[in-house]
Design a protein around this ligand. Structure first.
Ligand code: SF4
Length: 466
């Protein structure tokens, strides 16, 4: 019997020639990632069980990326960063991306030059940027959206602090091999859709529990036609369907990116065997799909943007690991260029690299010429409020968090979750949508089908690729 990508990766890391769905296996972990919210708890578990003076299994395979509660005066948030700094110093961890502008208490000033700090922004965006993501590897992280890295053909999943504490000490974990669901997209991506529409279609089809403890394999010509960044949006939201991991095929786009970025020289590309077994298969024709939204209060509450055309909104939000990549910013800017938003619109780059690229690149994703507006200029001139890279209001956070919904308002957002209270106020209503739909809606103050504004292909150039 053939195997899927996920099964092959798990088999190799278990030292086995094959595994089957449902088996439990011990595997070697390639990378463990943690951040400012779960890092202190993970360190606590590790030190309680392995000893205060114990050393992590491999300091070069532990990656720590503070990203959640950075631009806040909250002293507990700053304390978490101090705990990470102390641990990194004691353990000799090389890959730690310090928000060096956070010193003691008080709100840190947003930096003016995103290249002048070691800080990177949202962990799932920073991981591949900094060379920690490779095909065929196992990446675990103390964050449910760790599944994002499956876009690069690896097994990536979120784990809790207890499991992470064990991985810190041993470099191993125990996993049940998930059965694989196959989602096939035919045709090329049309200019009015992004991967966000595709994943909202999937979750709307199977529900938020439809992939519980399953591998979600996204394939077909439609996925191949996506940018690598847009594939990250697909795998990012696998967890919103309950998926154990999301995974895409490796192609030349993947290899070009990883060859340029990886801080390790070799990796193994796995592919599904012809006779691999799937527990579910569903196919879509991209040409027949429409821009979608997920209405409050669940990512599977699917409707077309057109069906929601009478819904007014109070705010728009463009950011997060799902919708804060440079290609997302280009999608939004393509619609907002030369126009003015009608509702407050908050823009948060997913990483300091995205922020720097927003300043460096033009609307076509190329280095801008003298006098030519940058992506940042276009969004700011359209009336957007621009913030520094972080998770910001995606997770609500402390009351002083940039863009947080502190009132019971209605927001359309490029983020991934719209449960009550997720972006702040319990009674706020969040509509999830693509950056195209969010930008179009920001212009009208009601949910708007981006086809009203998109009249041709949106060229993202090399943005987010190299
Ligand atoms: S941007 Fe949002 S979903 Fe992504 S890691 Fe941060 S809080 Fe989680």
């Amino acid at each position: 019997m053939g195997m899927t990508i996920t099964e092959k990766i798990l088999a190799r890391h278990a030292g086995r020639s094959s595994v089957s769905a449902g088996e439990n296996v011990w595997v070697d972990v390639d990378i463990l990632m943690t951040h400012d919210v779960c890092g202190p708890g993970t360190i606590g578990v590790f030190e309680e069980h392995f000893g205060k003076d114990a050393k992590v299994w491999d300091p070069d395979r532990v990656v720590i990326i503070p990203d959640h509660y950075i631009f806040t005066a909250d002293r507990h948030a700053h304390r978490n960063i101090e705990i990470l700094r102390d641990f990194v110093r004691r353990q000799g961890i090389r890959y730690y991306y310090d928000p060096d502008f956070v010193q003691g208490e008080g709100m840190p000033s947003p930096y003016r030059d995103p290249t002048a700090t070691r800080y990177k922004g949202v962990c799932h965006k920073a991981l591949p940027e900094e060379g920690h993501v490779r095909p065929g590897e196992i990446l675990l992280g103390t964050d449910s959206h760790t599944c994002t890295a499956g876009a690069f053909g690896q097994f990536a999943t979120g784990i809790g602090n207890t499991d992470a504490g064990f991985v810190l000490g041993t470099g191993k974990t125990w996993l049940k091999v998930p059965p694989t669901m196959k989602f096939v997209f035919h045709g090329r991506i049309p200019p009015y859709l992004t991967a966000k529409d595709l994943i909202l279609a999937v979750i709307g089809e199977i529900s938020v529990s439809g992939a519980t403890y399953k591998a979600m394999y996204f394939t077909g010509e439609g996925v191949a036609s996506l940018t690598l960044e847009d594939r990250m949006t697909l795998t990012n939201m696998a967890i919103e369907a309950g998926g154990k991991n999301g995974v895409c095929d490796v192609d030349e786009k993947t290899l070009a990116y990883v060859r340029r970025r990886s801080n390790r020289p070799d990796w193994t590309v796995e592919t599904d065997d012809r006779d691999a077994r799937y527990c579910y298969v569903h196919e879509w024709d991209l040409g027949a799909m429409e821009p979608l939204v997920a209405k409050p209060h669940s990512p599977d509450n699917r409707a077309t943007a057109h069906e929601c055309r009478d819904v007014t909104i109070d705010r728009a939000y463009i950011g997060s690991c799902t919708g804060g990549k440079i290609t997302d910013m280009i999608f939004a800017a393509a619609i907002l260029q030369g126009r003015q938003v009608k509702v407050p619109t908050f823009v948060v780059p997913g990483s300091t690299e995205v922020h720097a690229d927003m300043l460096r690149l033009n609307l076509r994703g190329r280095p801008r010429a003298d006098g030519e507006p940058s992506i940042h200029d276009i969004l700011r001139e359209a009336g957007c409020t621009m913030g520094p890279a972080s998770c910001a209001a995606c997770l609500g956070g402390p009351a002083d968090t940039f863009g947080r919904l502190n009132e019971p308002i209605r927001c359309i957002s490029t983020t991934n979750r719209n449960f009550p209270g997720r972006m702040g106020h319990q009674q706020a209503g969040v509509f999830l949508a693509s950056p195209l739909t969010v930008a179009a809606s920001a212009l009208t103050g009601r949910i708007t089908d981006p086809r009203d504004y998109v009249d041709g292909p949106i060229d993202t150039g090399e943005a987010g690729v190299v």
